[in-house]
Ligand binder design. Structure first.
Ligand code: FNR
Ligand code: 8K6
Length: 347
């Protein structure tokens, strides 16, 4: 029984989704060498237009946000024009699409943009090498100055305005998975002693400034946020992070965002310091529209919605394997199983 997934859902007065199945943001590394979305990408997204809402693959707001090869951008006129083809193709098939706005912070690499350093809250490097570019090790980031923080906020806001120019229905700020915004929200990556670190209020200051700048620019009803209250990717765990997210979620509860979305690969993961799963922890602190994700099937996601664990279900890997995921679930047709080898092409 997955009937509840096929009910329309009003995000707010301006946006109603045709069903409750979202396509999760999925980095594919298939933009051209100027980080412009291609016609192949437009066709790939259009094939999934029958989902309630597509969230685009993470899209960098400016060159020094890049941490992986051929990830698209939203800062040059050519990139905006490339995305326009994607949004037109999705809209032509009756779909809706948000752009996921991304800066990888310390997970960026100077190799990609010909720079000297990458910016992050503090000079704490992430361990390991860059996926798909295994010869590159991460560098020790430069702690962002106050001027650099101001500029980052302005660049996020500009990228959101560019997304609207490109025809997107809204944006999802990528505040999850250990990238720049998330780096401010965790003690292991934020060791600042100024007004951007040291206390929950200070650690949430930059993330909230980005949210507010974008909401003011394009409207809160078109602004969404993805978060990872539990550290699990590009990030070390620190039990004090819970206080940061307690504060952050209380602040978000006061804003009328389009939705909050959990960033997690497997939502059955229990985080000791959250005393449960990421979605259970968030739901207890955030009463507005919440998107759940992370190794769900249509059946288990439908059940979670019925139990009010979250309101909308995002599907990631199964959508890579099944462009017609929504139709298959609706008609009971078996799904093609996802495998990592499928990342090599856009079907
Ligand atoms: C991801 N995920 C991800 N998350 C995000 O916020 N932005 C992104 O660009 C990406 N890119 C990405 C690429 C690939 C290949 C995978 C497998 C995952 C995470 C994704 O949105 C989702 O949270 C997880 O895949 C868990 O959902 P599923 O796949 O279990 O339904
Ligand atoms: C945005 C990124 C570029 C490509 C990312 C691909 C990710 C593939 C799968 C990575 C899995 C990491 C998951 C960690 C799981 C922890 C579970 C608790």
């Amino acid at each position: 029984m997955t009937d509840n997934l096929f009910q329309p859902y009003a995000l707010n007065d301006t946006l109603t989704l045709q069903n409750r199945i979202l396509m999760a943001p999925l980095t594919r590394c298939m933009a051209d060498d100027d980080l412009v979305p291609t016609d192949t990408m437009a066709a790939y997204y259009a094939r999934r237009a029958d989902s309630g809402l597509i969230i685009s693959e993470a899209t960098i707001i400016r060159p020094d946000g890049q941490g992986y090869p051929n990830t698209p951008g939203l800062y040059s006129p050519a990139q905006i024009a490339g995305w326009r083809k994607v949004t037109d193709a999705v809209h032509a098939k009756g779909g809706k699409i948000f752009a996921q706005l991304w800066h990888t912070g310390r997970v960026a690499h100077p190799h990609f943009f010909g720079g000297e350093f990458v910016l992050a809250p503090s000079a704490v490097k992430v361990e390991g090498t860059v996926p798909r570019m295994r010869e590159l090790s991460y560098t020790v980031p430069k702690p962002a100055s106050h001027e650099e923080i101001e500029q980052l906020i302005a660049d996020y806001s500009q990228a959101a305005a560019n997304a609207i120019d490109a025809g997107f229905d809204g944006v999802e700020i990528h505040g999850a998975n250990g990238y720049l915004i998330d780096q401010f929200l965790h003690y292991s990556s934020n060791q600042r002693e100024d007004e951007f670190g040291g206390t929950p209020e200070n650690m949430a200051r930059f993330p909230l400034a980005v949210v507010d700048a974008i909401a003011e620019r394009i409207g809160a009803d078109r602004t969404a946020l993805r978060i990872s209250p539990g550290a699990y990717f590009n990030m070390e765990t620190d039990a004090r992070d819970r206080q940061v997210f307690d504060y952050f979620l209380a602040q978000l509860e006061q804003r009328n965002l389009a939705f909050v979305h959990i960033g997690i690969f497997d939502d059955s993961t229990v985080f000791d310091y959250l005393e449960g799963t990421a979605s259970a922890y968030t739901r207890a602190r955030y009463s507005k529209t919440l998107v759940g994700v992370g190794s769900y099937t249509a059946e288990s996601g439908s059940e979670a919605i019925a139990k009010d664990q979250f309101d909308l279900l995002a599907i990631g890997r199964p959508f890579i394997a099944n462009p017609d995921y929504v139709q298959r679930v609706k008609t009971g047709k078996p799904l093609v199983e996802y495998s990592d080898t499928m990342l090599a092409e856009l079907i």
